[in-house]
Design a protein around this ligand. Structure first.
Ligand SMILES: [Fe+2]
Length: 277
């Protein structure tokens, strides 16, 4: 799909790196009908690729790699039968637990788009676990790049980004949720999302969609919010270039983000330096 963006640049289509479209395997889509509705909404919004990321290792849901691959293949067939032009790829939202590095090494936890390049990691809702730093270090040492899912919604990071900044400095990436930017999770989360974005600590915006109503697979409205907070160039990097690179197993050129931020917002590197001083 080729459309025009508000700043008149071509859009080759957005890539949604985080969504719970696969039916009946976690707290996302309840059944195939709802999953297909979600896919239709994604396409109508301008999304061309969705990475399907059911919860894994979160104490409630376990979705090992083989199971997700099979479910993704079956959903892809259903999309084809319904003529819904959405490219779906397997993935997982892996809870940040001590067992995660071993699960990745064994191949039972899925990487983003099964490319063995990056892994979407989820923090607990309220806290940052004590061993978070060393688990992330272990994953990086395996040659995988952790993508921190929605840090703006974590109870500890919502009030301060120091730990997130440390992880980014280590080599991690971070993903903001679209509806955090548009205010669905309240003003505190929205402020945190804005702060993290303007500090250059966010590399991907994704829907984290769970349903065909309310928590839907849409990025376009939030993309406009991000463009107002930062620049159209940042919004394009976060919804197209960077997530597409990750879905294709390519490296993310993070330096492009620093240059795309308005000059007054480029202080993040200095800010990190001050943190370490
Ligand atoms: Fe999620």
């Amino acid at each position: 799909m080729i459309t025009s963006s508000p700043d008149n640049r071509r859009l080759d289509g957005m890539v949604d790196l985080h969504g719970h479209l696969l039916p009946g395997i976690d707290d996302g889509a309840r059944d195939l009908e709802q999953a297909l509705n979600m896919a239709r909404l994604a396409v109508a919004d301008g999304i061309v690729i969705s990475v399907l990321t059911p919860h894994h290792l979160n104490g409630v849901y376990d979705n090992p790699a083989m199971h997700v691959r099979e479910q993704c293949a079956s959903f892809r067939r259903a999309l084809r039968e319904q003529d819904i032009p959405l490219d779906v790829r397997p993935g997982a939202e892996c809870h940040l637990v001590p067992e995660l590095p071993a699960a990745l090494a064994k191949g039972t936890a899925l990487t983003i788009a099964d490319r063995k390049r990056s892994v979407l990691v989820e923090l607990p809702v309220y806290t940052v676990p004590l061993g978070a730093y060393s688990i992330l270090e272990d994953i990086l040492a395996m040659g995988l790049q952790p993508i921190i899912a929605h840090p703006e919604r974590n109870g500890e990071l919502v009030d301060g980004s120091e730990k997130l900044a440390e992880w980014i400095e280590m080599g991690c990436l971070a993903q903001v949720t679209a509806q955090s930017c548009t205010g669905r999770f309240g003003p505190q989360v929205q402020r945190a999302a804005r702060r993290m974005l303007r500090n250059g600590l966010i590399h991907v915006m994704a829907s984290d969609a769970h349903r065909d109503k309310r928590r839907v697979p849409e990025l376009r409205a939030a993309r406009e919010t991000v463009a107002q907070w930062t620049s159209h160039e940042v919004a394009t990097l976060l919804t197209e270039d960077f997530p597409r690179a990750l879905a294709d197993g390519q490296p993310v050129a993070v330096d492009r983000l620093k240059h795309a931020l308005p000059s007054r917002q480029r202080g993040w590197a200095n800010w990190l330096r001050r943190l370490r001083a």
